[in-house]
Design a binder for this molecule. Structure first.
Ligand code: HEM
Length: 313
């Protein structure tokens, strides 16, 4: 029986097994049919085989209609540079935290009422009466801090590894916008329980925004949704938290990951770039560049004129 990981490799990428090797052949398994002819298989065994193949067949059915395997192959089987380490998982960890927030948020939205008179009681209802309500609410609340911590760690990794440099500047800028949007999610979500703490903390937050130069007062007016902090503010925070910002985050994560796949990831700064296959040996290149045609006193083949283009007579 081939391994599932082998089965999931798209057919064009599968290595045809050498005689005697086990693997997933590109053609129907003649050897299998010889060892296990259909007339000797029991009904139970045949059903079992079919059940095992069902998920792969379902995927193949979808793939034939969507031609998705080309994209997935590029995405999942891309090469990563030498020296890739655990710090490179921080982006995926941030993505996972976002997905957890999205899923738990959907369940909370089923029971939450965004009104100044009912918000607090609806949260109390989630915590006290709803099945697993306190657990899901806790996941969402603590998950917000987890996502903020992870996004900063991921940003630190990309900064210290120099991943913001050419040609990845645009991905860094998209990342900065993702950071601002994540902080906006944390800020707008804080008001939603509408208890004493969230009420006063949001007033302080809006006032701090108001102290910003030029746009500050407009920003605080926009967040407060009018001159007074109250019902309109809660409705605005709810719309920003539930619709506006999550939509923007999803779109930007899509663009961010597209660029990661397209450009590949950066090697750690301490890993020296390998010389491409077929490149001129380094010794020859240096000899050509300094024009002496000699390395450590002995003559080497290659250009001696120092034209540096690698051409040799
Ligand atoms: C919702 C937030 C974010 C998600 C889900 C996310 C996800 C990812 C993933 C999965 C990668 C692949 C490599 C890795 O994990 O290190 C990546 C790479 C990258 N991210 Fe993010 N990211 C987010 C926020 C940010 C932020 C805030 C910045 C910087 C301000 C940033 C800048 C970058 C850069 C420059 C790369 C390319 C890394 C390289 O070439 O080695 N990202 N991101």
């Amino acid at each position: 029986m081939p391994k599932l990981s082998d089965l999931l490799v798209p057919a064009p990428l599968r290595k045809t097994p050498k005689p005697g090797e086990t693997g997933v052949p590109k053609t129907p398994a003649t050897q299998d049919l010889k060892d296990n002819p259909p007339e000797q298989q029991t009904e139970y065994g045949r059903l079992g085989e079919k059940a095992l193949e069902a998920p792969t067949e379902a995927l193949a059915w979808v793939d034939q209609r969507m031609a998705a395997s080309g994209f997935l192959t590029g995405m999942l089987f891309r090469k990563v540079p030498k020296g890739t380490n655990w710090f490179y998982t921080l982006g995926s960890a941030t993505l996972f935290a976002f997905i957890v927030q999205a899923v738990t948020g959907v369940f909370l939205a089923m029971f939450y009422t965004p009104s100044t008179t009912q918000a607090y009681t609806s949260i109390a209802h989630i915590n006290n009466d709803v099945f697993l309500g306190q657990f899901v609410h806790g996941m969402h609340k603590w998950g917000a801090s987890v996502m903020v911590i992870l996004i900063f760690l991921h940003m630190g990794r990309t900064f210290f590894f120099g991943a913001y440099k050419y040609p990845r500047e645009l991905n860094w800028v998209i990342g900065v916008v993702l950071l601002i949007l994540t902080m906006t999610m944390a800020f707008t979500g804080y008001l939603l329980p509408f208890d004493q703490r969230s009420y006063w903390a949001s007033i302080v937050g809006i006032n701090i925004n108001g102290t910003g130069p030029i746009v500050g007062p407009y920003l605080s007016d926009f967040l407060r949704a009018g001159p007074e902090f109250g019902a309109t503010t809660l409705a605005r925070f709810y719309a920003i938290h539930m619709l506006l910002v999550p939509g923007a985050i999803i779109a930007l994560i899509g663009a961010h990951l597209y660029l990661v796949v397209k450009l590949g990831t950066t090697a750690p700064p301490w890993v020296k770039a390998g010389r491409p296959k077929g490149a001129m040996p380094k010794a020859e290149l240096e000899a050509g560049a300094n024009g002496s045609g000699r390395v450590n006193g002995s003559r080497v083949a290659g250009p001696v004129s120092g034209d540096g283009n690698g051409a040799s007579a």
